[in-house]
Design a binder for this molecule. Structure first.
Ligand code: GLY
Length: 293
């Protein structure tokens, strides 16, 4: 799986950077890269999104651009191939920032976003196997106990996808898309659709996209916290390191961050054991690794 994920990330970098080279804005590059990852089925997003305990696939996504601080997000959206494009619809076609649940799905389908196939029998079987591994069958009475067991074991399904980009005009953008965490309770909302938690972008400070366990990321509003640190003069490396240190020491949270400054300096930081991620500035080959120091 790791080899295919690496190849897919390299392709996403080619795609996103290709858009920038054509003169597209940073938000287009972020959306194009994330669409590719959502369509791959290799990550916990789009057609690869994990199923919730009730067997449904509900997804979250958000994006933001740093020039006018435009932002859009969807939470608990179903049946849509590209939740990141639904988030962009919320940003550009409504006066709102975040839509959730069936109305978010209806908006996406109203604008004729591509539909996603239902979970396959193999995906449903994998869900049942996961449930059996950690305890008794999910039931109304057993669901909470099941979820808490899972949370304690930190068997959270990570692999949220995200991207940050800087365009020729000096505008930064960030986005993220996820199926949440493995076996989460139906209705649970993570960091990804929350602006300032899962992503943030401001041309005066930088752009951040987060992955990891949403419950910790939300409590420290990680994306905005890192951007604010850069606004105070910290480099992307220093801002990312500081915020992830805080996350680990204060609440034992686990996360990864893509951090980009408006001058093009960037950092990929994580306090999880691994984080498969890459970068490219158009020269040579994209760099993709699963560990960043
Ligand atoms: N970062 C994804 C989630 O916690 O939902």
């Amino acid at each position: 799986m790791m080899g295919r994920q690496r190849a897919c990330l390299a392709e996403a970098l080619y795609t996103g950077y290709g858009r920038l080279r054509e003169g597209a804005v940073a938000l287009d590059a972020v959306e194009a890269a994330i669409c590719l990852l959502e369509a791959s089925g290799l990550f916990n997003a789009g057609i690869g999104a994990r199923l919730q305990l009730d067997g449904s696939r509900r997804m979250d996504a958000s994006l933001m651009e740093g020039r006018g601080l435009g932002a859009g997000a969807v939470a608990g959206i179903k049946s849509v191939r590209h939740p990141i494009s639904a988030a962009r619809l919320v940003m550009e076609r409504t006066e709102h920032v975040l839509l959730s649940g069936p109305p978010a799905t209806r908006l996406a389908l109203h604008f004729q976003l591509a539909r996603q196939a239902s979970p396959t029998p193999a995906q449903r079987k994998a869900l049942q196997t996961d449930i059996r591994k950690i305890g008794p069958q999910a039931s109304a009475a057993g669901t909470l106990r099941l979820f808490n067991t899972l949370a304690r074991r930190r068997k959270a399904g990570l692999e949220t996808v995200g991207a940050v980009a800087l365009d020729r005009a000096g505008t930064v953008a960030a986005g993220a898309s996820t199926g949440g965490v493995t076996l989460m309770l139906p209705g649970r909302v993570g960091d990804t659709p929350l602006i300032g938690c899962g992503c943030y972008a401001d041309d005066e400070a930088g752009a951040v996209s987060m992955s990891g366990v949403g419950e910790g990321i939300i409590r420290l509003a990680m994306a905005k916290t890192i951007v604010d640190r850069m606004a105070s003069g910290a480099t992307p490396v220093a801002a990312g390191r500081w915020a992830l240190g805080l996350l680990g020491s204060r609440i034992r949270g686990q996360a990864g961050a893509l951090v980009l400054a408006p001058n093009g300096k960037f950092a990929i930081r994580h306090n999880t054991p691994y984080m498969i991620a890459g970068y490219w500035n158009g020269h040579g080959e994209p760099v993709v690794k699963d560990k960043y120091e």
